[in-house]
Design a protein around this ligand. Structure first.
Ligand code: ZN
Length: 215
């Protein structure tokens, strides 16, 4: 499969070629940027078998490294590239909640033919320096006609330092994808969202809970 190299992203951190100093192309759609190469070097220098940096790297969510130039149809006409697919319907939410010093803002609800997405911003204090963990939020959703979704498939999370206010807060822009698609009859969505790392806090950080009314 041929790939459009202008869409290249580091397979380890998800940053585009334009966002890093150097990017090295590997076979197929695999790339690595200078910062992640540096991190790998640091992991090699550390003799500990399970160093925090190695664990952090291994636990990052997978990155979609590049997209084919066209969007061939695969499963029942579903595009392989979500970025080029327009949602059939968009509901602006703009509801936010603060919990233990972290704010979750639900931005939009996007309907597609085969799935739906919740786009969100996650504002939180930066993690300890030298620990470049790419965090992730997990979801549990329930609508008013008995459907339940758990987790997300094909979601993305990008650090957006350009939106933050410096060192006090880091903003992450995420989208979580759920299947099957949300039905037009669903008028109410209960959204539970949790930071998995919050489970290790003492006391455990409870999930955010949103009641979303769909017009
Ligand atoms: Zn990288």
């Amino acid at each position: 499969m041929s790939t459009d190299r202008s869409l290249a992203r580091c397979s380890f951190c998800g940053r585009h070629a334009s966002e890093v100093k150097r990017i090295v192309a590997g076979p197929g759609a695999a790339y690595i940027c200078d910062a992640c190469l540096q991190l790998c070097n640091e992991i090699l220098q550390d003799s500990a078998p399970f160093s925090p940096k190695a664990l952090e790297l291994a636990s990052r969510p997978p990155v979609v490294t590049s997209a084919p130039p066209q969007t061939p149809t695969t499963l029942k006409g579903e595009s392989t590239s979500s970025e080029t697919q327009e949602p059939e319907r968009v509901v602006n939410l703009e509801i936010e909640q603060k919990q233990q010093g972290m704010t979750l803002l639900l931005h939009r609800l996007c309907y597609y033919q085969q799935y739906f997405e919740i786009q969100y911003l996650w504002m939180r204090p930066p993690l300890a320096s030298g620990f470049a963990f790419v965090p992730r939020i997990i979801f549990s959703l329930q609508d008013d006609i008995g459907n339940h979704w758990f987790g997300d498939r094909g979601g993305t999370l990008l650090a957006r330092p350009d939106l933050g206010n410096g060192s006090e807060e880091i903003i992450y822009q995420g989208s979580a994808r759920f299947r099957p698609a949300l039905k037009a009859e669903s008028k109410q969505l209960t959204v539970l969202a949790a930071d998995p790392l919050g489970l290790f806090e003492s006391p455990i950080i409870p999930p955010w809970k949103f009641e979303v009314h769909i017009p």
